[in-house]
Design a protein around this ligand. Structure first.
Ligand SMILES: *Cc1c(COP(=O)(O)O)cnc(C)c1O
Length: 367
């Protein structure tokens, strides 16, 4: 048997007729930039997440760059974030000439550890950027409390967590701005790059809408320098169809996780994901932890089971950030997790046989 890490073929099979019909709508009016489908998707996303404004843009990376810019964060400012995330989290800060300040993670959730944030706050700190890693919402109540106490902005990098909640409240709805990515491997993926900013603040929404079109308002008049970062009409058309399926997919991912949880429980040397009782995860990834990670990975690869390391090198140790002055040992939990994590297939279309094969192969390794 072969179990890929992700199978877009299986995901698209049933949806293709509806997607083709939506694309045909676009081909009828040839309105490729900011067509009606973009507005439609923004409205539907506002409803889905219960957030007042949705602003589509070209990628999850751009959504973060736009969010940092819209909040006026720039040269000399510091933004506290996690080192255990995809690169774009920190690069969005860097590209706005501000400084990412990395705070270590909680080893049970892989998320920014709220208890370690306050020690990193300085006079220059302007914002906190938590990441809802692997689809699990951070403890946003604790993070918002710290932000309010120190008058800091909060940007939620929710590229991996669309629809996840903390104490029943939607991710993206806690901070000043939340961001989404529709990269094809995210839970809601486009047929290419796309992203979105979410905010309940009217003024920030207006700023984001300007910044994605070169900062212009009205057309050809610029008070500030923005990006060219729109969500393609074609991608919006695809996402409108797929959004309908998202809640069901998240349920299926949770069911797969529950199966793995119970079948992999109690294996010495192997830790399954820990989801605090306040959190509902959407399992963008199902991530195991073991000291025998590299050997387990080799074993699963030999069995034709897809698996992946998210992420092998924490951001504070990346060469491009050398001038920030971090060294090995500075953020020990993130560094240890980078050596121990392994994500296994969790996508909704996994069959019972596939899941059983994954479990049997992991059990075989630990026996
Ligand atoms: C995918 C991802 C991004 C970037 O999104 P793109 O759409 O690929 O630009 C940012 N942050 C995190 C945590 C991600 O997983």
């Amino acid at each position: 048997m072969k179990v890929p890490m992700l199978d877009l073929h299986a995901q698209y099979e049933a949806l293709m007729p509806a997607i083709r019909a939506q694309l045909d709508r676009v081909f009828q009016d040839h309105h490729y930039i900011m067509g009606a489908q973009v507005k439609e998707l923004e409205t539907r996303m506002q409803e889905y997440l219960g957030i007042k404004h949705a602003i589509g843009c070209a990628s999850g990376t751009d959504a973060l760059v736009l969010a940092v810019k819209a909040l006026g964060i720039t040269d000399g400012d510091e933004v506290i974030t996690t080192p255990f995330t995809f690169f774009a989290t920190a690069s969005s800060i860097w590209r706005n000439h501000a400084k990412p300040v990395f705070v270590d993670i909680d080893e049970d959730t892989f998320n920014l550890d709220p208890a370690k944030i306050e020690a990193a706050i300085t006079e220059k700190t302007k914002a906190i950027m938590p990441v809802h890693l692997f689809g699990q919402c951070c403890d946003m109540e604790a993070i918002m409390k710290i932000a309010q106490k120190h008058n800091l902005k909060v940007i939620e990098d929710n590229a991996q967590g669309i629809g996840s909640t903390w104490n029943g409240k939607m991710s993206c709805s806690f901070g000043d701005i939340g961001t989404l990515s529709f990269f094809p491997s995210k839970n809601l993926g486009a047929m290419g790059d796309a992203g979105m900013c979410l905010t309940n603040d009217d003024q920030l929404a207006a700023g984001l809408r300007q910044l994605r079109v070169h900062g212009e308002n009205p057309k050809y008049y610029h008070q500030w320098v923005g990006l060219n970062s729109r969500l393609d009409t074609l991608q919006a058309a695809v996402l409108l169809v797929k959004l309908e399926a998202l809640a069901g997919w998240s349920e299926a991912r949770r069911a797969n996780a529950a199966f793995y949880d119970s079948e992999l429980k109690g294996i010495p040397g192997l830790k399954t994901p820990h989801i605090p009782q306040q959190a509902v995860s959407i399992y963008n990834q199902y991530t195991l932890t073991t000291e025998k990670r590299d050997a387990l990975m080799a074993h699963l690869q030999k069995k034709d089971i897809g698996c992946a390391i998210y992420y092998p090198l924490p951001l504070h140790l990346q060469e491009c950030f050398a001038e920030l002055g971090y060294k090995k040992g500075d953020l020990p939990v993130a560094e240890r997790m980078a050596n121990q994590v392994l994500s296994i297939p969790i996508y909704p279309e996994l069959t019972v046989e596939m899941k059983q094969y994954v479990v049997a192969s992991i059990r075989e390794f630990f026996n």
